[in-house]
Design a protein around this ligand. Sequence first.
Ligand code: NAD
Length: 328
Amino acid sequence: MSNAIRVGVLGFGGLGQAAARILAPKSEMVLVAAADKKGYVYNPAGLDTQNCVSAYNQSGSVGHVAEYGVLSNDSIADLIANADVDGFFLALPNLPNTFMADVTRQFVASGWQGVLVDALKRTSAMEQILALRGDVKNAGITYMTGCGATPGLLTAAAAIAAQSYAEIHNVKITFGVGIANWEAYRATIREDIAHMPEFDVEKARAMSDAEVEALLDQTNGIIALENMEHADDLMLELAGICSRDQVTVGGIVDTRNPKKPLSTNVKITGRTFEGKISTHTFTLGDETSMAANVCGPAFGYLKTGVWLQKQGLSGIFTAAEMMPQFVK
Ligand code: NAD
């Protein structure tokens, strides 16, 4: 335990809670801190996942965890100031679209040094993060961005698959997500609604839960998306693989059924040095949930971030530039 990486999870909704459950049996990482909008919990000896989940779901905040919980309206700042953490997974909503960049500036200003990992989705949100490159590097923070499923696992798979080709023609990501009820992942669903025709981030953010319900009633719980603004494009461009306009992302989210409406996959088409045109396809197993495919890679990249930091490398790296390491 003493050598384990001390992890904090910011945001304790759908992904934050899944992250805590994923870490519970690990020996190389220990969850010591978590925060939500109304409080935080910190125990240097490790958190009890079940206590945190119960406090959050029954009383509305991990700040209600007995002995270690603290209620706060500025939970992120208070946690940074009071906790000894090696790396944070930012399982926060990016609503407004500038929120994650604001949190990053908060970390830089605090003087904290360590590893940050996000599962950011929008290209315009990642551009804001990348604009902070110099500040993050100078602060001694190693920031791994776009490290969920898409962007994340699928973008990294595309970067590897591209190696067979002399020229990349296109990268097509198609995701299928099935969740039993939208309330378990409110931010994810609001951010998906923001991609629907006639919606944007601000409109989706302003919707009440009843309005989200009403919209989902109209679509029978299905959100179908195409040509999404997803940072996979920027990440593959930065990695030198193709230009961003060669990358497309779309998918179907069923908010009323945990079964995936389609198999999540990425197709990478290109031309080999012999002149053959071909397509590699990487398909995720249908039994794997969104939470497994987001939080698994996020911690794999967190481990990579710690490894980079031990070598004195700070700054911002994307999932397409690095391999995730496996957390035991
Ligand atoms: P959620 O709505 O279930 O939970 C959000 C949590 O953040 C809540 O616990 C809330 O209390 C907390 N929070 C909100 N504002 C806060 C603040 N100011 N300070 C501290 N805590 C605050 O969210 P979710 O559905 O788990 O999604 C989290 C993020 O993950 C979203 O931005 C979503 O887009 C992203 N995501 C990425 C991928 C990917 O593959 N890259 C996939 C799914 C979700």
